[in-house]
Design a protein around this ligand. Structure first.
Ligand code: C2E
Ligand code: CA
Ligand code: CA
Length: 447
């Protein structure tokens, strides 16, 4: 095989057109020109199969804001280019692509696909460690999408699109991931695109509504609260579950608008219930992204006034996974929300780190033990010891414990024995429309 530099003869006298001025790497124009050359003469150059790797970093803009101003991204790009060069060695050709992304073309023999995977893994490993820029150490998450020539396509635009789809999939599979393009991704991508375009109009088209899942106080046997859960019914997509649309809303930033809609409507419902003689504490799910909205606090205060709700009737639930991603500034907002009199709940406890440390870091007054723990009751006796210990420690710290996803009588009995404070789950009731909650309380058809 020839040396890669020989492929760039066309660019020698046109550096400003074919090279990125910050990193000094070949740019998008150069990629198109080189691709054309390879396509026409691949046998001559000995490059018949290659992988196109699209590499992106996460949170660069965010890091930029925190650290040294607008030149930080340039510094990071230069440094990333150096690190990538070190990983590639002579295995491929690197390009600086749009925004902050990079492209690597990796030639391989048909039997050597694992060579491409090994390179992707080594890049991810390298970036997992801290990178030093301008005296600051930063870590960045890296995602890689890979499309293969000629297996997936022989057109560059198509390969770029497929690598982008693979990258999109990698993002949804967790941090620091790489993915080869697969046909299934295309379907997922199309559905996601339809969700994105329809979700934007969902509030204006009155497609969102709320259901409420009751929470039972174990000692009194009374329904004392509800969790508000958003539902979406779209004319084209039908009912889309929150597990799907909340993630998209978070990715696209629509969660800010959706969160406001949720706060407004659930405050209104809570107020109406209080006036009707149903003093139900209403729990509302809050995403970490909402806490970055500088207007959130004023909005909450306005809504409390507008609907005449006592803050003590409202709780905000934030998951353990999201709480770890909060910055110091967001943590401050949680403190301010708490000072308004609204309770803070640590949701999905047990899914991620199962660390009670967050109770010392944030003003948490309740934790919700996740369904995955409750599901083990009756199957693994150790889980009872864990729940008992969590309850004991939480109790000492003045924090209430709710068990969620309780489905069976056995689970209910065990949790009662462990003195959990509240129970939520299908055993009590599925999420219901507001009227359903009122009927449930009126007819006392609970435990
Ligand atoms: P979550 O906060 O953990 O809410 C509980 C979820 O578990 C709900 O699913 C509920 O229907 C389901 N569930 C409750 N009891 C049981 C049970 O006994 N068995 C089973 N199998 N499931 C049970 P849902 O409504 O599909 O919501 C899923 C997640 O979506 C929620 O999990 C929450 O994280 C998120 N979510 C829902 N609405 C909103 C919202 O308005 N804003 C935000 N930020 N997130 C929301
Ligand atoms: Ca929740
Ligand atoms: Ca939960």
């Amino acid at each position: 095989m020839m040396k890669f530099e020989e492929l760039f003869d066309f660019a020698i006298h046109n550096k400003s057109i074919y090279y990125d001025h910050i990193t000094g790497l070949p740019n998008r124009n150069c990629l198109y020109k080189l691709f054309r050359k390879l396509q026409l003469n691949n046998k001559k150059y000995g490059i018949t199969n290659f992988a196109l790797m699209l590499i992106e970093f996460e949170n660069l803009k965010h890091i930029n804001g925190i650290y040294t101003g607008h030149r930080f991204i340039d510094e990071f790009s230069k440094l990333s280019a150096e690190i990538l060069k070190g990983c590639i060695n002579d295995k491929g050709i690197m390009f600086k692509f749009d925004g902050e992304s990079f492209i690597i073309i990796v030639p391989y023999d048909e039997v050597q696909e694992e060579k491409v995977s090994a390179l992707a893994e080594s890049i991810i490993k390298k970036f997992k460690n801290y990178v030093k820029v301008n005296f600051y150490e930063v870590s960045s998450t890296v995602y890689i999408g890979i499309a293969l020539y000629p297996k997936h396509s022989v057109e560059l635009d198509k390969l770029l699109e497929l690598a982008d789809i693979a990258l999109y999939e990698a993002r949804s599979c967790g941090k620091n991931t790489y993915k080869y393009y697969d046909k299934v991704f295309y379907k997922n991508f199309q559905r996601k695109s339809r969700i994105i375009s329809n979700l934007k109009k969902a509030i204006d088209n009155h497609e969102l509504y709320l259901e409420y899942q009751p929470q039972l106080d174990i000692r009194s046997g009374q329904i004392v609260g509800v969790e508000a859960l958003t539902r979406w019914k779209n004319y084209e997509l039908g009912s889309v579950p929150p597990s799907e649309f909340i993630a998209v809303a978070e990715e696209t930033g629509f969660i800010i608008e959706l969160g406001r809609w949720l706060i407004k409507n659930s405050f209104n419902r809570c107020s109406q219930w209080c006036k009707k003689g149903y003093p139900l504490i209403t729990s509302i799910n809050i995403s970490a992204a909402q806490l970055q909205d500088s207007c959130l606090l004023n909005f909450i205060e306005d809504m409390l006034k507008e609907y005449d709700v006592l803050p003590s009737m409202i709780k905000f639930e934030i998951t353990e996974t999201q709480i770890v991603e909060l910055t110091v500034k967001n943590a401050d907002i949680i403190e301010k929300i708490k000072r308004l009199g609204i309770g803070i709940v640590l949701d999905d406890f047990g899914v991620a780190y199962s660390s009670l440390n967050y109770i010392t870091l944030f003003p948490i007054e309740e934790i919700k033990i996740d369904k995955s723990f409750i599901d083990m009751i009756g199957k693994n006796d150790k889980v009872l010891i864990i729940i008992d210990t969590v309850k004991y420690l939480a109790g000492k710290l003045g924090v209430k414990v709710t068990a969620e996803g309780v489905e069976t009588e056995e689970q209910f009995r065990m949790l009662k024995g462990l003195s959990c404070d509240k129970i939520q789950g299908y055993y009590i009731s599925r999420p219901l429309p507001a009227k359903g909650i009122e009927d449930l309380i009126k007819h006392k058809s609970v435990i």
